[in-house]
Design a protein around this ligand. Structure first.
Ligand code: PBG
Length: 327
């Protein structure tokens, strides 16, 4: 052993360890997903996502207030409509559930940054992310609908839109319609690299968005592929995406690194419902320490290269950062 070189020296006190940390975290980098449900006076726990709730528009402010109290200033909105049909008409209705929720939040908390998920699967009777033809989801027909959804969110007051459908060309279609209507400064966060993943299971239960037949493999990505991730990311960047996203996060740290190193847009990672549910379930059985695993998982996603993290643990992570346990 070379006695001069002792890596343990830098681990010898907490102050020193904290000083030489390579990854810094901030609540400013966190986004908290929220679920809106039609009705009044609803705050009901989502069984597949413990400690996350369905809110009716009149009570969504409670969730936003809690997020803000923890310095989490961005929320990602999902909607569960009462009425579903073939063309997902409630997704772009002026009185749609997300549109109602946006207005309510902006009325009470204009300072919060509202990002909306733009997709059709919660709104279509068949549960697919677009308009069907004889062979499946019709890419080009769906583009007009996605653009309409994005525009209706922005007109209701959304600060940013986040298309999660995985149709080809949606960033271009959304950008053009937003611009045509004067919203040239509204950014698009693209779910650019979204895999067909079993980790979405708890979300689909929460959002009632499981496909009624088949699966999403004809539009979401095959998880064997990494080079294709870069292809998707570069296409979306070229179409005018402002922020790119990789989803899921934990099993895709290599993909996060790849996209980060080969693009120049801010990069978000979505730690999805299954990642959250696994930690919760293992902790409930006493098998792991929930707080420790939550912290370690989140840091690993930033260490891989994410600039922004979307997490159902956003508030708890913000608290851990404030305590100095991470970041
Ligand atoms: C909508 C959408 C999904 C998620 C985010 N937006 C589900 C899906 O694609 O099936 C998953 C989020 C999560 O699992 O936390 N398309």
């Amino acid at each position: 052993m070379n006695d001069n070189v002792r890596p343990r020296r830098l681990r010898s006190s907490e102050v020193l360890r904290d000083m030489v940390r390579e990854v810094r975290l901030s609540p400013k980098s966190l986004i908290y997903p929220l679920f809106l449900k039609e009705g009044t006076n609803i705050k009901s726990e989502i069984s597949s996502l413990p400690n996350n709730f369905h809110y009716s528009p009149d009570r969504i402010g409670e969730a936003v207030e809690e997020a803000l109290k923890n310095d989490v200033r961005s929320v990602l909105l999902f909607g569960i409509p009462e009425h579903k049909d073939e063309v997902g008409s409630q997704a772009y209705a002026e009185e749609g559930i997300v549109q109602q929720g946006i207005r309510k939040i902006k009325e009470q908390y204009p300072e919060v940054q509202i990002i909306t998920d733009v997709c059709m699967c919660e709104y279509t009777s068949h549960g697919h992310c677009g308009i069907l033809n004889n062979c499946g989801v019709d890419n080009d027909t769906t583009l007009d609908y996605l653009a309409r959804i994005a525009l209706s969110h922005v007109e209701a007051g959304a600060d940013m839109v986040a298309p999660s459908d995985m149709m080809d060309g949606r960033i271009d279609a959304i950008r053009k319609l937003l611009d045509k209507n004067g919203h040239i400064s509204t950014p698009i966060m693209s779910y650019a690299v979204k895999y067909a993943s079993s980790f979405y299971g708890p979300f689909r239960e929460a959002a009632g968005s499981a496909p009624s037949f088949g699966n999403r493999k004809a539009y979401q990505m095959d998880y064997h592929n990494k080079r294709e991730a870069l292809k998707e990311a570069l296409i979306d960047a070229q179409e005018g995406a402002d922020i790119l996203m990789v989803k899921p996060a934990l099993s895709y740290l290599d993909v996060i690194k790849e996209v980060k190193e080969n693009t120049n847009l801010p990069l978000a990672a979505y730690s999805v419902s299954g990642e959250y549910a696994m930690i919760k379930a293992a902790a409930a059985q006493g098998l792991i320490d929930e707080y420790g695993v939550m912290c370690e998982s989140a840091v690993s996603i930033f260490r891989a290269g994410a600039d922004i993290l979307i997490s159902y643990y956003a508030k708890e992570l913000a608290q851990a950062i404030k305590k100095g346990d991470i970041g």
